[in-house]
Write a protein that binds this ligand. Structure first.
Ligand code: AKG
Length: 278
C-alpha cells in the first residue's frame, strides 16, 4: 500500500517523470518558511545567493526540519523505497520582474550521481505561475540516454554554467507545473526541464530538495555528503550531514563549507570557466 501517493500518481511519475501538485505545507507553514528566508535576507541586506543557496539545510534549522517532513518522505518512499538520503537543498529565487531564466537541461548530467532514481521536490514559497516563470518539463525525457548539453554562460541563466540541451527540444510537448505556495512538484533527475523570466510583481521563490536511495554513489567527486532522512544506510557512500539545532550552528557551518564546495567542484568538472559561486 502506498503511504501518501495514489496509484495513478505513482504510475504518472514513473511513466512521465514528474508529478504535481503535492500539497506539503499549509498556508501558515509556508508563510513561516518565507518569513524565515526573508528576515534572514533583510538582516544581510541582500537576497540569498552564492554558497548559501546550496546545501542550505546545513545552515538553516527550518530547512533541516523541512527535508524530514513526513508528507515529503512518504511520497519519496512510495517512489524510491524506504532508505532515503537528501543529497542537496537549493534555492531558486527570481526577483519580481527579473529576466532570470533556466535553460532546458537534465540535472543528472552534472551531479556526478550514478542513480536513475533521484527525485527533485521543488517547493513553492510564493506563487509559481506562467507569469512568474514556473517550471516546464518535457514528459518522458527521463527515459533513455541523457541528451548532449553545451555551456552557454548567459548572464541571466540561473544555472552554474548556463548548461543547455544542445539538440532541438520540441517545446510544443512541454508541460507547465504551476504551484500555489506550499505545493511541490516532483521530477526525476533525468527529466528535461526549464523555466522563463518572472513577469509578475512578486518574487518567485522555490526551494528544491534532492532525494535519492542510499545505494546511490558519487562517481565524479572524491567525497560527498547527504542527510540520512529515513530508514537505514547499508552502503555508506556519503558522509551523513549533521542535524543542526540552530541557524548557523558553528560545527555545521564548517561542514557546509566543505560540503557545498564539494558539490561546486562536481558541477564545474570539465567546464571551460567557473562562472558563479555556488
Ligand atoms: O526554479 C527553476 O525554475 C528551475 C529549477 C531547476 O532547474 C531544478 O529544480 O532542477
Amino acid at each position: 500500500m502506498p503511504k501518501i501517493l495514489s496509484e495513478t500518481a505513482i504510475t504518472q511519475y514513473k511513466q512521465d517523470g514528474f508529478y504535481y501538485p503535492l500539497p506539503v505545507l499549509d498556508a501558515q507553514e509556508v508563510a513561516a518558511c518565507r518569513g524565515e528566508l526573508e528576515s534572514f535576507e533583510a538582516s544581510r541586506g541582500e537576497p540569498i545567493g552564492g554558497a548559501l543557496r546550496n546545501k542550505s539545510h546545513l545552515l538553516f534549522k527550518w530547512i533541516d526540519d523541512l527535508i524530514r517532513n513526513d508528507k515529503i518522505l512518504d511520497a519519496m518512499e512510495d517512489l524510491i523505497g524506504p532508505d532515503l538520503l537528501c543529497w542537496n537543498t537549493l534555492f531558486w529565487v527570481k526577483e519580481a520582474g527579473s529576466q532570470s531564466f533556466v535553460s532546458w537541461h537534465q540535472d543528472l548530467r552534472y551531479w556526478g550521481l550514478d542513480t536513475h532514481d533521484l527525485i527533485t521536490v521543488w517547493i513553492a514559497l510564493s506563487p509559481a505561475t506562467t507569469e512568474s516563470g514556473c517550471m516546464r518539463v518535457l514528459p518522458k525525457s527521463h527515459i533513455g540516454d541523457l541528451l548532449p548539453h553545451a555551456d552557454e554562460y548567459q548572464a541571466d541563466n540561473m544555472l552554474t554554467r548556463g548548461q543547455e540541451i544542445s539538440v532541438e527540444v520540441d517545446e510544443s510537448l512541454a508541460i507547465e507545473m504551476p504551484l500555489q505556495p506550499g505545493e511541490a512538484s516532483l521530477h526525476n533527475g533525468r527529466l528535461a526541464h526549464a523555466s522563463s523570466a518572472n513577469n509578475s510583481s512578486d518574487r518567485r521563490i522555490g526551494l528544491s530538495l534532492h532525494y535519492a536511495p542510499t545505494a546511490t554513489k558519487q562517481v565524479v567527486g572524491e567525497w560527498d555528503s547527504a542527510a540520512l532522512v529515513r530508514g537505514e544506510d547499508h552502503f555508506g557512500h556519503f558522509t551523513h550531514t549533521p542535524r543542526i539545532t540552530k541557524d548557523f550552528d558553528p560545527a555545521a557551518v564548517e561542514f557546509h563549507e566543505r560540503a557545498s564546495s564539494a558539490v561546486r567542484d562536481v558541477l564545474f568538472t570539465g567546464a571551460e570557466k567557473v562562472r558563479k559561486t555556488l
